[in-house]
Design a binder for this molecule. Structure first.
Ligand SMILES: NC(=O)c1ccc[n+]([C@@H]2O[C@H](COP(=O)([O-])OP(=O)(O)OC[C@H]3O[C@@H](n4cnc5c(N)ncnc54)[C@H](OP(=O)(O)O)[C@@H]3O)[C@@H](O)[C@H]2O)c1
Length: 171
């Protein structure tokens, strides 16, 4: 039974197969929350599920690629229907690459936008109107995108790098 899971009955955490999302999913499940743990690597999610088999809550693996925004929206709406309403959504799935401005590759930037910006936005938009309608629910945007993209690494004359804000990002 839930103890200090902040009153959430159900939660969706994207990017739950490693790092912050994995830890947060485990934290919630241990506190009695029914957690839908989403990512592309289903095998990693199943390992987490096995580790948490004795937790008071329940962790359910969910294969999801947030890079496919429309499919993600549909998948989350179906989950919202099937679960009786999601109380918490954490859009945590993200990718990041450290690179020097001289070596930046569009393919990588495009992937960051696809996953961290469009994917996270799709995750949060999917049931936002429903949450407003039922006057309950909480959403968190955990992935990083705009911050990184708005920063430029410059190589100084002395060979050291300095980071400058290229575009004010409001963070
Ligand atoms: N660590 C930091 O210092 C830091 C700082 C600021 C912000 N953040 C943000 O916090 C989030 C988590 O960071 P982390 O360090 O825990 O990263 P991480 O260990 O690399 O985990 C990233 C997670 O995102 C998932 N993911 C990647 N692409 C996906 C896709 N297309 N669809 C669904 N899931 C996808 C990965 O799972 P699969 O590969 O299995 O899909 C993985 O579970 C990221 O969004 C990151 O930008 C991190």
């Amino acid at each position: 039974m839930a103890t200090d899971g902040k009153g959430y009955r159900t939660a969706l955490v994207t990017g739950a197969s490693s790092g912050i999302g994995r830890a947060l999913s485990a934290w919630l499940a241990r506190r009695g929350v029914r957690v839908f743990a989403a990512a592309r690597r289903l095998d990693e999610l199943r390992k987490l599920q096995a580790e948490l088999s004795s937790a008071s809550g329940k962790l359910e693996p969910l294969e999801m690629d947030v890079g496919k925004a429309r499919e993600t929206i549909q998948q989350i709406q179906e989950l919202d229907d099937a679960s009786g309403g999601l109380d918490l959504i954490v859009a945590n799935a993200g990718v990041g690459f450290e690179t020097h401005a001289k070596r930046i590759q569009w393919d990588r930037v495009e992937q960051i936008i696809q996953v961290n910006v469009l994917g996270a936005s799709a995750t949060l938009c999917a049931v936002l109107p429903r949450m407003v309608e039922r006057n309950s629910g909480f959403e968190v945007h955990g992935s990083e995108g705009h911050q990184r993209l708005s920063r430029v690494r410059e190589e100084r004359d002395d060979g050291k790098e300095q980071v400058q804000d290229a575009v004010p990002d409001g963070n």
